[in-house]
Design a protein around this ligand. Structure first.
Ligand SMILES: NC(=O)c1ccc[n+]([C@@H]2O[C@H](COP(=O)([O-])OP(=O)(O)OC[C@H]3O[C@@H](n4cnc5c(N)ncnc54)[C@H](O)[C@@H]3O)[C@@H](O)[C@H]2O)c1
Ligand SMILES: CC(C)(O)[C@@H](O)C(=O)O
Ligand SMILES: [Mg+2]
Ligand SMILES: [Mg+2]
Length: 349
């Protein structure tokens, strides 16, 4: 395991160089990896494993859209695609990739098939960490671990096809066989991770829930909406407001940050912009820090997990989420964005 210096702190990471695909294939050669659920992570992880030569099967409800999607993706009913229970029975490693809320309802069925020596794999620390809310308590004689790709399953697949790799975290909750570590790292490589960093279930879920509610998804939309509205209220057109809030960020500036860090992006902007950004970033930090503290508290006390379980366990949760997404999509800001995107040269016929 490589020890790397992250801004002055030493951490363990597993790279593809030290744990190449051939080693992952060797570790997993006698395993049947059953991917249960074919939503967002399911397809990315199952297809990457298939392309990496791993013996992977998919468990999904028949007569569902996702069953048909699995067939369209090359999984074959009766060979590599099964009803959930049959996949659970066949799998030696169960990748539990239903939504976090749905994992609760199916848990009694999964538990039945966790015979000694099998492994239970998650992509989130949710079910185990919040077990008082989820009831997910695995038997002692199975391995329990996670590989959590740090990004959407859609990106996991896209980056794999581009020969790149999303980074993932991994954690071991229970090592019953003595082989949990080589199993989990082999799976991490097999699902297409670029590299893997170590964590534990609790830290994974606390940081993940904070990140997605915070800067990655929730806060970013909030900041966009606030700035867009101020510009609109001051008489700027929708296209101007959208460009100065979103389009320039995603098209020009974030790729520079991704490539070489914030200071480098700043250095590639005018001295006027640099002066202003350097003066203002701390005000934004100080204004938002209390909200981030509240958010972390809400995660750590189990409020966020409970809210997610309560809303996503309802039978009409999908319709309700879709309605809220529609509200975003139909807002003036994102409608302006649709027109702006259509004007990108690569989107013009
Ligand atoms: N979405 C992501 O990109 C992402 C990223 C990192 C980690 N994760 C984690 O991966 C896991 C899977 O997340 P996801 O977003 O892929 O899930 P998802 O919401 O896309 O759902 C996955 C599958 O669950 C099925 N499902 C829902 N309710 C069911 C039920 N009652 N019985 C049987 N099947 C049911 C759906 O049909 C779907 O095929 C979660 O633990 C999540 O936190 C997701
Ligand atoms: C893709 C994310 C936001 O990183 C993941 O955590 C999720 O829950 O979908
Ligand atoms: Mg998440
Ligand atoms: Mg995440």
């Amino acid at each position: 395991m490589a020890k790397l210096n992250f801004g002055g702190v030493e951490e363990n990471v597993v790279t593809r160089e030290e744990f190449p695909l051939a080693k992952a294939q060797e570790v997993l050669k006698n395993e049947t990896v059953a991917v249960i659920g074919y939503g967002v992570q399911g397809p990315g992880q199952a297809l990457n494993q298939k392309d990496n030569g791993i013996n992977v099967i998919v468990g999904q409800r028949k007569n569902s859209k996702t069953w048909d999607k699995a067939i369209a993706d090359g999984f074959v009913p009766g060979e590599t695609l099964f009803e959930i229970e049959e996949a659970l029975q066949r799998g030696t490693i169960i990748c539990y990739l239903l939504s976090d809320a749905a994992q609760i309802a199916l848990w009694p069925t999964v538990q039945k098939h966790l015979t000694p020596g099998k492994a239970l794999y998650f992509s989130h620390g949710f079910g185990i960490t919040f077990n008082e809310q989820t009831g997910i308590v695995p038997p002692k004689d199975v391995d329990v671990f996670l590989v959590a790709p740090k990004g959407s399953g859609t990106s996991l697949r896209r980056m794999f096809l581009q020969g790149r790799g999303l980074n993932s975290s991994y954690a071991i909750f229970q090592d019953a066989t003595g082989k949990a570590k080589e199993r989990v790292i082999a799976l991490g490589i097999a699902v297409g991770s670029g590299y893997l960093f170590e964590t534990d279930f609790r830290k994974e879920v606390y940081s993940d829930l904070t990140g997605e509610r915070g800067t990655l998804m929730g806060a970013i939309q909030g900041i966009f909406a606030a700035q867009y509205q101020v510009l609109r209220d001051k008489g700027h057109t929708p296209s101007e407001a959208f460009n100065e809030t979103v389009e320039e960020l995603t098209q020009s500036l974030m790729p520079l940050v991704a490539e070489n860090g914030m200071d480098w992006m700043y250095a590639n902007c005018s001295t006027t912009a640099q002066r202003g950004a350097l003066d203002w970033w701390k005000k934004f930090r100080d204004a938002t820090a209390p909200v981030f503290k509240d958010l972390y508290e809400s995660v750590a006390t189990g409020k966020e997990s409970q809210r997610s379980i309560d809303s996503n366990s309802q039978t009409d949760y999908r319709e309700k989420l879709d309605a809220e997404l529609k509200e975003l999509r139909e807002s003036e800001m994102w409608q302006a964005g649709k027109t702006v995107r259509s004007l990108r040269p690569e989107n013009q016929k």
